[in-house]
Design a protein around this ligand. Structure first.
Ligand code: 5RP
Length: 217
């Protein structure tokens, strides 16, 4: 089965977690685009969505789904998003679409994080996919030097400006043995806004194609 077909199946399965009358947290990317198309079919039965990017906001609004500010709705029951890599403990690398900071905020504000992926995203050890780190622009070189000291190889994603007005460093060649501790260390570098490791708050449910793998929650 093609990767797109698997993404679509996962997105359809995730619709089963959406509760009537709720506000749904919505991620970013090609897998989530399938989820938003599915959500449109039930738009009369949900109150609306909180979106993690301008891209997803546009798609939601094109479908006539109301988009709310997270501050206006408080905690969410459900967040649905894709990932770039997923390990056996539901810890993720995200941010290939540069939306990692808002994604992390919505994940933190949600009771249940359902991650939708195709099988190729499953890994034993995180780090083959370059780890995105969002940085305040003036701190780009400073953060890059700190990452080199940590044996990472940061590459500036030149030309990309995040929805928050920041820049992205993609860190290559890290085999991430302890994602929780690396996430904490990266968060402590001055100038880092967020890193793409979702380890302290992993997904609660991972859907791979049409198969649900639940470990937490
Ligand atoms: C965006 C993300 C996406 O979830 C991730 O890049 C996966 O994207 P896709 O569903 O297109 O494979 O983290 O910042």
């Amino acid at each position: 089965m093609s990767r797109d077909a698997q993404k679509k199946l996962a997105a359809e399965k995730a619709l089963e977690f959406v509760e009537e009358g709720s506000v749904v947290g919505v991620g970013t990317g090609s897998t989530v685009a399938f989820f938003i198309d599915g959500l449109a079919r039930m738009k009369g039965r949900i109150e609306g969505a909180v979106s993690s990017s301008e891209q997803s906001t546009r798609q939601l609004q094109q479908h006539g789904i109301p988009v709310f500010d997270l501050n206006a709705v408080g905690p969410l029951k459900l967040y649905v998003d894709g990932a770039d890599e997923c390990d056996p403990w539901n810890r993720l690398i995200k941010g290939g679409g540069a939306a990692l900071t808002r994604e992390k905020i919505i994940a933190a504000a949600s009771d249940k994080f359902v991650c939708i992926i195709d099988a190729a995203k499953q890994v034993e050890l995180l780090g083959q996919f370059p780890l995105p780190v969002e940085v305040v622009p003036m701190a780009r070189s400073l953060v890059a030097r700190r990452i080199v000291e940590m044996d990472g190889q940061p590459v500036w994603r030149e030309g990309v400006v995040t929805d928050n007005g920041n820049w992205i460093l993609d860190v290559h060649h890290w085999r991430i043995q302890d994602p929780v501790s690396l996430e904490a260390k990266l968060n402590q570098i001055t100038g880092v806004v967020a890193c793409g490791l979702f380890a302290a708050r992993p997904a609660d449910v991972v859907i791979i194609g049409d198969t649900i793998r639940a470990i937490r929650g």
